[in-house]
Design a protein. Structure first.
Length: 424
């Protein structure tokens, strides 16, 4: 019998869920099965998933191909109509063991392939009790799923449902398991992580959860957050940033743009000034912090002046790690019905935005040279500093923490000095 192969697209939460999918599929004895865990955040992500499905069928004509994830949830009929696909599971169904024990046989109709229910009817999120991620030296721990906000460009709430939090006790239990498995760094992840706790008794905040994890799981050497919404950063989290050395000084902000009119049309809840004020305050509290950000180029109605504000916020907020996205109209979203910009101009602006991001990265790398940092060694001769900067580091066992002086950079990676040159 062949083995189960899970192909993952998109976010870290999908990566965590793929481990659960793999466990359930193996336990069900599927064998010779390809499971494609899709992303719906852009049209390109959906295109890549469809391409991967066709490639998998060409590689193995006899394999069973199961499609799941956000694109499968939001466009189930599209995937069910593909002749290469044998079954389509929704985002809730993909995490249930019984889904893999009850897959349809080969050759069924498109309607019979579908196992996708109403994601908005899901009101709870169970912890994904995994032992770690295959091939990863950092562990990702799901704390939340779904989103209550309705940004005009975003289809993800329709793929993930409304916001729901994993109970704090379950998060602590999973953190103990991951730390006991030898992971030195844990990354808290969710669709809208800063909304954590609003649906739980007592309404604990993300900051309180992080503090509790560090207090109750002393084996955690480094705790990190994934992407957060800047407008929802709570006071507990700000205090943690200021005074907890085990809380890593890196935040990836969901900014999306730098122009106030575009932010309003996106239905974002922060202004440009809010973003600059937050990054300035966090930098005052933790001078060694680094920021990443998501920014969209070519949003409908975006003028050149508006786009210039998107470019300039990269420097105004000191963004070191920019994820620049060309706007992609998603079916069913309000932004898809707004006046669109010519696609060539969208791509041109995205390229300009990426160039500004490259300059921001180089400024950040230059500022790090000469410092001594504690590095978490990863695979492939790469390591990460506390503020998530990539470092070339040879001959260190993955998962090990080592102190090294940063002697230079090559425009993309810092260069670590030999161990004898590290500060004591």
């Amino acid at each position: 019998m062949g083995e189960v192969c899970v192909k993952t697209f998109g976010c870290r939460l999908n990566a965590v869920e793929s481990e659960t999918i793999r466990e359930h599929a193996n336990a069900a004895g599927l064998g010779d099965t390809v499971i494609v865990n899709t992303c719906a955040v852009t049209g390109e992500a959906v295109r890549q998933a469809r391409q991967s499905i066709r490639r998998a069928r060409r590689a193995d004509a006899n394999a069973r191909i199961v499609v799941t994830g956000c694109a499968a949830q939001t466009q189930p009929e599209t995937f069910a109509a593909m002749p290469e696909v044998d079954a389509v599971l929704g985002n809730a169904e993909k995490l249930l063991a019984e889904s893999y024990r009850a897959l349809p046989d080969f050759g069924v109709s498109a309607e019979e392939k579908l196992r996708v229910n109403d994601i908005m009817a899901v009101t709870e999120t169970a912890p994904q009790m995994i032992e770690g991620l295959e091939g990863q030296t950092r562990a990702f721990l799901q704390i939340q799923n779904g989103c209550d906000h309705r940004c005009t460009f975003c289809v993800i709430p329709y793929g993930r449902g409304n916001s729901r939090s994993v109970p704090m006790g379950a998060v602590v239990d999973q953190a103990h398991r991951l730390a006991d498995a030898g992971y030195r760094e844990i990354v808290l992840t969710g669709v809208d992580a800063t909304s954590y706790g609003a649906d739980l008794p007592g309404k604990p905040t993300l900051g309180r959860l992080a503090r509790t994890l560090l207090d109750q799981v002393p084996a955690i050497a480094r705790l990190r957050l994934s992407s957060i919404d800047s407008i929802e950063v709570d006071d507990d989290l700000m205090r943690l940033i200021a005074d907890e050395p085990r809380f890593m000084p890196y935040l990836h902000l969901s900014l999306q743009h730098g122009d106030d009119m575009i932010l309003k049309r996106m239905k974002r809840r922060h202004s440009r000034a809010d973003a600059v004020r937050l990054t300035d305050e966090i930098r005052r509290l933790r001078p060694d912090v680094a920021f990443g950000a998501d920014i969209i180029a070519g949003f409908p109605t975006e003028t050149e002046a508006m786009f210039e504000n998107a470019l300039s916020i990269v420097e105004d907020c000191g963004i070191a790690f920019l994820h620049a996205f060309p706007y992609s109209p998603r079916p069913g979203t309000p932004a898809a019905r707004m006046p669109q910009i010519d696609r060539r101009l969208v791509k041109e602006r995205a390229a300009r935005l990426r160039a500004v991001g490259e300059r921001g990265l180089k400024r950040h790398l230059h500022s790090m040279v000469g410092r001594t940092a504690t590095l978490l060694a990863e695979r492939g001769g790469i390591a990460r500093t506390e503020n998530f900067t990539s470092v070339r580091l040879a001959n260190v066992t993955p998962g090990t923490l080592v102190a090294r002086r940063l002697s230079g950079h090559d425009g993309r990676y810092l260069i670590a000095s030999p161990a004898r040159d590290a500060a004591a």
